[in-house]
Design a protein around this ligand. Structure first.
Ligand SMILES: [Zn+2]
Length: 202
């Protein structure tokens, strides 16, 4: 079973965890089996009601998080915390988008007491990755992770695999070659382990 731990709306599939960046995608995402509703980075208070309704209905929450490239980090933090509280309340997975904010993001995750979360597209340090795992979270690696300085050490830890692409044939081709590269390096089937890890929480 090759499963993409983080993809976006494209073709219909049960082999990917579909995340959204805005609540406007809710209708098109609703057809997927594994899905999360999110708001990054400029969601507002009104979106939180939609997140809550989705969580009640079985959706996971994400992408949510903090992104230094956008303005108003205090407002981003407020929305992020409220979204995490929804995930905690309904026992859903939070899919975290963090750009140049790993330290602050981890503080908030810890303060909000969330146990089920994925830092998607992880390119941080080995130490940060260990913190994530200590908090009960998972790191998810896309092919971009190969460019991270920490890559060789990161893959000694358990990780999910993802493409962050639109679901479809190209996405599955990329996922499959990414899995082959990783599996060759670590000597076990990375994709199979990833699926075992994520299916426990989805
Ligand atoms: Zn994404």
């Amino acid at each position: 079973m090759l499963f993409d731990s983080h993809a976006h709306i494209g073709e219909q599939t049960d082999s990917a965890f579909i995340a959204t960046a805005s609540t406007e995608e809710m209708e098109s995402a609703s057809a997927y089996r594994y899905k999360a509703l999110g708001i990054i980075p400029e969601g507002n208070e009104k979106d939180l009601d939609k997140l809550e309704a989705a969580a009640k209905d079985g959706w996971h929450i994400g992408e949510i998080g903090l992104d230094k490239r956008f303005e108003d980090l205090p407002h981003q933090e407020m929305i992020f915390r409220e979204a995490l509280r929804i995930a905690v309340r309904y026992d859903r997975v939070a899919v975290i988008h963090a750009v140049r904010t790993y330290g602050r993001t981890l503080e908030i995750l810890e303060e909000e007491g969330i146990g089920k979360f994925i830092i998607h597209g992880f390119t941080g340090s080995y130490e940060t990755a260990r913190e994530v795992i200590k908090l009960g979270g998972m790191i998810s690696l896309s092919p971009r992770a190969e460019m991270a300085k920490s890559f060789d050490k990161l893959i000694t830890l358990p990780f999910l695999i993802e493409t962050d692409m639109k679901a479809g044939k190209e996405e599955m081709d990329i996922l499959s070659s990414w899995n082959e590269r990783l599996s060759g390096k670590i000597g076990i089937d990375a994709g199979e382990r990833s699926w075992k890890m994520i299916r426990e929480v989805l």
